[in-house]
Design a protein around this ligand. Structure first.
Ligand code: UDP
Length: 313
C-alpha cells in the first residue's frame, strides 16, 4: 500500500485529493494548520482506517514517523482576500513550507508534487499562457506575497530536483471551483453564488471585462493524479481553457440560480490580472488529460453545495 502526505489536506483542493487517493487505495496523511482549511472538509474521511489527520503548520519542521511514497505540498492560502490578510504566513508556507516538505521528501525518498499557480504569470502579456511564459509579476504589490512565494517554491523545487535528483513535479493550477470552497473566502465563485442565492447584489469588480477560465475540482484532481504518477519534472498547467469575462460569469450564475439579484459594479482591485487562460497543450500531450466537466454542470453541483451543505465553516 502506498502512503501519501498531503499538506493543506483540509483545504478545498487538498481535501478532494485526500478523498481521491483513498478511493485509489492509498494510505493518506492530511496535514493542515486550518489557517484557511476546515475540519468539515475531511470529517467524512476520518472514519477510514487509512486516513490520518495531523494538525501542524508546515512552515515549522515536520516529523512523520512512517514511510512516505508521495509528498504533495498543497498548503497555502489561495484566495486573494485570504493571502492579503495573512501575507507573512503565505510567504512562509510557500518558502519555509516548501523547504520543509522538500527536505522531508528527500529523507523519505518520496516523490514530490508542488502545487503552484497561474499567479506565477502575474498579469500576463501573453494569452493563453503556456508554461514557457515567464510572467509579468509585481513583486511588491498586494498579490506579491502569493505570486513570489509560489515562484520561489518552484525555484526551490527545481533546485532539489537538479542538486539532489529528487523526483519532483510542479502543477500550475488555474482557477478551480467546486464543493468545499469557503462561502466567505472572497473569491468570485463563492461570492457570486452566495449573493445570487440571497438575491443580494452581485459584485462585479471593474467593468467585468477581465477574463478567467474555471476548472471543476474533480477534473483538476484527475490531472494532478496523472502528473503524480508521471516522470515530468517541468511545470504543467492544469485548468480549463474555456475563457469567460467575469460579467458573463455573473450572468450565468444568476441564470442558474434563478436569482433576482442586480449586478453591481465595484472598483477593480489593484493588480487584478486582466486575462487568464491556460494553454493546456503540455497536459494534453504528456498526461493525456483535459477537463471533461462542462461549466454549467460544475456550477450546478457547486450551487447545490452552497444551498444544501449545512456543514460549512
Ligand atoms: N471578482 C469580482 N467580484 C467578486 C470577486 C471577484 O468581480 O465578488 C473578480 C476579481 O476582480 C477577479 C475575478 O473575479 O477579476 C476572479 O477573482 P478571484 O478572487 O476569484 O481570483 P483570482 O482569479 O483573481 O485569483
Amino acid at each position: 500500500m502506498k502512503t501519501a502526505l498531503i499538506t493543506g489536506g483540509a483545504g478545498f483542493i487538498g481535501s478532494h485529493i485526500c478523498e481521491f487517493l483513498l478511493g485509489k487505495g492509498y494510505k493518506v496523511i492530511a496535514m493542515d494548520n486550518l489557517a484557511t482549511g476546515g475540519i468539515s472538509n475531511i470529517s467524512h474521511l476520518r472514519s477510514s482506517k487509512d486516513f490520518t489527520y495531523i494538525y501542524h503548520d508546515v512552515s515549522k519542521h515536520i516529523v512523520v514517523n512512517e514511510k512516505l511514497d508521495f509528498v504533495l505540498h498543497f498548503a497555502s492560502p489561495a484566495s486573494p482576500i485570504d493571502y492579503q490578510k495573512i501575507p507573512i504566513q503565505t510567504l512562509k508556507v510557500g518558502s519555509l513550507g516548501t523547504h520543509n516538505t522538500l527536505g522531508l521528501a528527500l529523507a523519505k525518498k518520496s516523490k514530490y508534487v508542488l502545487a503552484s499557480t497561474s499567479e506565477v504569470y502575474g498579469d500576463p502579456l501573453v494569452n493563453p499562457q503556456p508554461e514557457t511564459y515567464w510572467g509579468n509579476v509585481n513583486p511588491i504589490g498586494i498579490r506579491g506575497c502569493y505570486d513570489e512565494a509560489k515562484r520561489f517554491a518552484e525555484a526551490l523545487t527545481m533546485a532539489y530536483h537538479r542538486i539532489h535528483q529528487l523526483d519532483t513535479k510542479i502543477v500550475r493550477i488555474f482557477n478551480t471551483y467546486g464543493p468545499r470552497m469557503r462561502k466567505n473566502d472572497g473569491r468570485v465563485v463563492p461570492n457570486f453564488i452566495t449573493q445570487a442565492l440571497k438575491n443580494e447584489p452581485m459584485t462585479v469588480y471593474g467593468k467585468g471585462n477581465q477574463t478567467r477560465s474555471f476548472c471543476y475540482v474533480n477534473d483538476l484532481v484527475e490531472g494532478i493524479y496523472n502528473l503524480m504518477l508521471s516522470n515530468i519534472s517541468e511545470p504543467v498547467n492544469l485548468g480549463n481553457p474555456e475563457e469567460h469575462t467575469i460579467l458573463e460569469f455573473a450572468e450565468l450564475i444568476k441564470e442558474l440560480t434563478k436569482s433576482r439579484s442586480k449586478i453591481v459594479f465595484r472598483p477593480l482591485p489593484i493588480d487584478d490580472p486582466h486575462v487568464r487562460c491556460p494553454d493546456i497543450s503540455r497536459a494534453k500531450k504528456m498526461l493525456k488529460w483535459e477537463p471533461k466537466i462542462e461549466l454549467k454542470e460544475g456550477l450546478r453541483k457547486t450551487i447545490d453545495f452552497f444551498k444544501y451543505n449545512k456543514n460549512q465553516d
